[in-house]
Design a protein around this ligand. Structure first.
Ligand code: BES
Ligand code: MN
Ligand code: MN
Length: 456
């Protein structure tokens, strides 16, 4: 048994920490699915009940969408004020047949907790909950004034959260925001993320006729919606892989030579990375390293495409309509709304004669960069040194957490992204997992970060 009261609690409660996370993972809180509304609320209620029970002033708060969990425990004597943000909603589990176990019946396989939300983000945000509760149990009080803000709409782009944060600004005031919703480097190299990408998401719908046409009777004399759409999508990039939308790169900030040198020092093996993604080529913008493209360059992808005959067998038809979902990941200093307009205009310019185009703007989110010298980053790095015995590596990601930029702007606060997961966690994918050791490490790193913040 350890002399450190925190370590003693962590040892004693280890089983409990795992079982309680399992209970949270059993709730299918899929934010995009209207049929899961009640389950989403049940996940929020479960978090509120646990935090209230531990002495937090806790409640679900209405935002107009799925509720947020707001829980505060404040001494108010000038100790640092910390806000921990995370999300309790999850992505849909489909395709279900590719899971080796029920996505909402967690189990430990190969040393990892397997369930939808295990890593993204229930496991990571819950590690903070357990870290705080362990500190409370060990010392009778927290070393910081702590607020949990755990939302239920991150996976649908947080549509109601920023206006709510703006209204509730005063209750959310903090010196540091901690977020764990990302991945460490391979071989469990601990990381702190300082850059997130923004995003703009469009749906393009084309129509070439008011009804499908016989391809023999009409072929050779009419436009084809599926072919028109293919032409348009193909024109979004040039043959080398650069995005061909005029003006797309205008606001992109070049990284400094210092950052490029820093990127070259990140332990990253392109071949292992490609193998873990299951791909046989790594195409993209020419003249840039793979890591530079993944972390610092804007991207454009077709997320889905449909139209025309999709059934078995053959049907000789010229489709009248087709659609595609297209999204871009954005970097400093691109403006998501401006990029959406540029992409829309370019798609319209590319439309072949007789092709009617409709573009629906689905969502937008800002990119974010965090400072590397704030008190939050220093405390998180100190906690990592204590727990892992090594320094963290500073990384960026191609992923997006849209509310982070809003928190920085509305609360004028430092946001620290303290990664607990792994890139191999299969987030959004079948058999999502969170390494069991890394979950317990996350609890410890969270508690040590709060202690380091209190030491100043
Ligand atoms: N946790 C992820 C973001 C992430 C992914 C961070 C990979 C680091 C590495 C988050 O839950 C997420 O999936 N965000 C969405 C945002 C979108 C729905 C607006 C994303 O990035 O697609
Ligand atoms: Mn997430
Ligand atoms: Mn996600």
């Amino acid at each position: 048994m350890s002399d450190d009261p925190l370590k003693r609690v962590l040892d004693e409660r280890r089983e409990r920490h795992t079982e309680d996370l399992f209970d949270l993972l059993r709730i299918p809180s899929i934010s995009t699915d209207p049929a899961r509304r009640a389950d989403v609320r049940r996940a929020a209620d479960a978090l509120v009940a646990e935090l209230a029970d531990a002495g937090f002033e806790a409640a679900t708060e209405e935002t107009g969408g799925h509720p947020v969990v707001l829980a505060r425990r404040q001494v108010g004597d000038g100790r640092p004020r910390v806000l921990i943000y995370g999300h309790y909603d999850v992505q849909p589990a489909d395709p279900l047949e590719l899971w080796d176990s029920d996505p909402f019946e967690p189990e430990v396989r190969d040393g990892a907790i397997v369930a939808r939300g295990a890593s993204d983000d229930k496991g990571q945000v819950y590690a903070h909950v357990k870290g705080a509760l362990a500190l409370l149990e060990a010392y009778g009080e927290l070393p910081v004034d702590l607020t949990f803000l755990i939302e239920g709409e991150e996976e649908i782009g947080s549509p109601h959260l920023a206006p709510w944060v703006e209204r509730e600004r005063e209750r959310l005031e903090a010196d540091v925001v901690l977020v764990s919703d990302g991945a460490m480097l391979p071989d469990r190299v601990p990381t702190i993320t300082y850059g997130l990408k923004g995003m703009t998401y469009l749906e393009v719908r084309v129509r070439t006729s008011d009804h499908d046409l016989h391809s023999g009777a009409f072929g050779g004399g009419v436009p084809n919606a599926a072919a028109s759409l293919a032409t348009m999508l193909a024109g979004l990039k040039d043959a080398d892989g650069r995005i061909a939308v005029p003006g797309f790169y205008d606001e992109v900030a070049e990284i400094t030579e210092e950052e490029r040198a820093q990127l070259a020092r990140v332990p990253f093996d392109p071949e292992a990375w490609a193998a873990s993604a299951g791909v046989h080529a790594t195409p993209g913008e020419p003249g840039r390293s793979l890591l530079e493209r993944l972390w610092t360059r804007p991207t454009l992808d077709v997320n889905g495409i449909g139209g025309g005959f999709q059934g078995d067998g053959s049907k000789t038809v010229i489709p009248a309509t087709a659609f595609a979902k297209v999204s871009c990941r954005l970097v400093p200093n691109q403006d998501p709304l401006r990029i959406a307009e540029l992409v829309e205009r370019h798609l319209r310019d590319l439309a072949p004669a007789g092709t009617e185009v409709e573009v629906v703007h689905l969502n937008h989110g800002d990119w974010a960069l965090s400072p590397l010298d704030g008190r939050g980053v220093r405390a998180a790095a100190e906690a990592i040194r204590r727990v892992d015995g090594r320094d963290p590596v500073f990384v960026r990601t191609g992923g997006s957490i849209p509310i982070v930029a809003d928190l920085q702007r509305l609360l004028e606060v430092e946001v620290v992204l303290l990664d607990m997961g792994l890139e191999t966690d299969r987030i959004h994918s079948p058999n999502e997992r969170f390494d069991l050791e890394l979950y317990h490490r996350g609890i410890q790193v969270s508690a040590e970060t709060l202690r380091a913040l209190a030491r100043g």
